[in-house]
Design a protein around this ligand. Structure first.
Ligand SMILES: *[C@@H]1O[C@H](CO)[C@@H](O)[C@H](O)[C@H]1NC(C)=O
Ligand SMILES: *[C@@H]1O[C@H](CO)[C@@H](O)[C@H](O)[C@H]1NC(C)=O
Ligand SMILES: *[C@@H]1O[C@H](CO)[C@@H](O)[C@H](O)[C@H]1NC(C)=O
Length: 361
């Protein structure tokens, strides 16, 4: 093969991939018509949300002082952000790189309603339609619909992601947050697996860390999970690997999954475990969410620990020596405390980089 034909194959492949990435976004002529969307909504039992920017009460065209005050008060809380169909945990991810969006002002010093903002309020980087899923079948329908119409598809649980991967302008979003039931199953055997069973928490993909910890307290069990209450413990956290307070005891999140239910790009509902769809099972455990939409997980559950001790947050050090001494003490305590049934985990060093990278702090 001549270098020229190799080059032309390269160009052909590049052209195809650029074409494939051009999704059809809401507002464009290629986007499904209202009639097509209405039929889709019907197939979902009505669970399709046409989104609106949640901050509109603070903008002059639609200003409502009381609503705006409430928004200013709440809009930065985890609970509020998780409860919105079209919001993510970090506000910067809601705004496009051109500054489009609908940010809510912060509270005023005297507690009065913030003044109306004269700028425009748009969805910005938020999806235009959200499937508020109630079961795996809804997810299957959404995946097929997105494929049939070449839509930008986004998947969100709580929206807790520093990279904003659950956001997407003009997208159709699959919102798993309300699939947040969690139940204990004792002696669970993954489908098709013989001679192995374990206690598990059988959970939907919308369970956050706060809910998983509550489930543990209610059932005298413990499992994995991140640090922040709003982390999607059975969603993106798990698919990305999953580090958290009990990792020194039980390993990473992915080490503790014994089975997934997952919808692949063809819309099929599949079980993935060590006996069925093993390649998918392997890829989902750390693959970052690119291989399917998880609709259920079965995670190992352990008897409750005596305690979970976490030291987190900024530590102000007097000098490098005392900082090193503190770290050494924490490391030395790890083994005896683990032996006593405690799980001792990381400290966050983000605020102490001076101590490890230089000689002063
Ligand atoms: C806003 O928060 C303040 C202080 O927490 C509270 O007094 C006030 O009632 C809140 N207002 C609204 C509208 O939620
Ligand atoms: C918005 O415009 C009105 C009228 O032009 C003005 O009175 C008001 O101060 C402006 N608000 C802000 C927050 O700039
Ligand atoms: C989404 O569905 C849940 C029930 O699954 C419901 O409680 C909630 O109000 C719905 N949210 C919206 C914004 O429609």
């Amino acid at each position: 093969m001549s270098p020229r034909s190799i080059l032309s194959i390269g160009l052909a492949i590049q052209t195809v991939s650029i074409h494939a990435a051009a999704y059809c976004l809401a507002g464009q002529a290629c986007f499904p018509s209202d009639d097509v969307l209405a039929t889709f909504e019907q197939s979902l039992g009505g669970n399709l949300i046409k989104t609106l920017p949640y901050g509109s009460a603070c903008y002059s065209a639609t200003y409502n002082a009381e609503e705006c005050l409430k928004l200013a008060n709440q809009s930065q809380t985890f609970d509020f952000r998780e409860s919105q169909a079209a919001a993510v945990m970090y506000i910067n991810n809601e705004i496009t790189k051109d500054g489009e969006g609908c940010p809510v002002p912060i509270t005023t010093a005297d507690g009065s309603p913030p003044a109306a903002i004269n700028g425009s309020c748009t969805l910005g980087n938020m999806p235009s339609y959200v499937v508020n899923v109630t079961c795996a079948h809804d997810v299957s329908l959404a995946v097929k619909f997105a494929a049939a119409h070449n839509l930008r598809l986004r998947i969100k649980n709580s929206g807790h992601d520093y990279a904003g991967r659950s956001a997407g302008k003009g997208a159709l979003s699959i919102w798993t947050r309300h699939l947040n039931e969690a139940v204990l199953i004792e002696d669970f055997s993954p489908e098709g697996v013989h001679g192995y069973s374990t206690d598990v928490v059988s959970a939907g993909p919308g369970v956050n860390v706060e809910e998983l910890n509550q489930w543990g307290a209610d059932n005298a069990r413990v499992t994995i999970g991140g640090y922040t209450p709003s982390v999607g413990a059975t969603g993106g956290y798990l698919l990305g690997g999953g580090f958290g307070p009990t990792a020194p005891h039980f390993g990473m999140g992915v080490d503790n999954v014994v089975q997934f239910e997952v919808i692949t790009a063809d819309g099929d509902i599949k079980i993935a475990n060590s006996a069925k769809n093993q390649d998918l099972f392997w890829a989902l455990r750390g693959g970052g969410g690119a291989f399917g939409v998880v609709t259920h997980v079965w995670l190992k559950a352990y008897p409750a620990l005596a305690a979970v001790n976490t030291v987190a947050g900024p530590v102000v050090c007097q000098d490098r020596a005392s900082y090193e001494q503190m770290i050494n003490t924490l490391i030395d305590l790890q083994v005896p405390l683990n032996d006593a049934g405690h799980s001792v985990s990381q400290i966050w060093i983000g605020h102490n980089q001076c101590a490890i990278h230089s000689n002063y702090c």
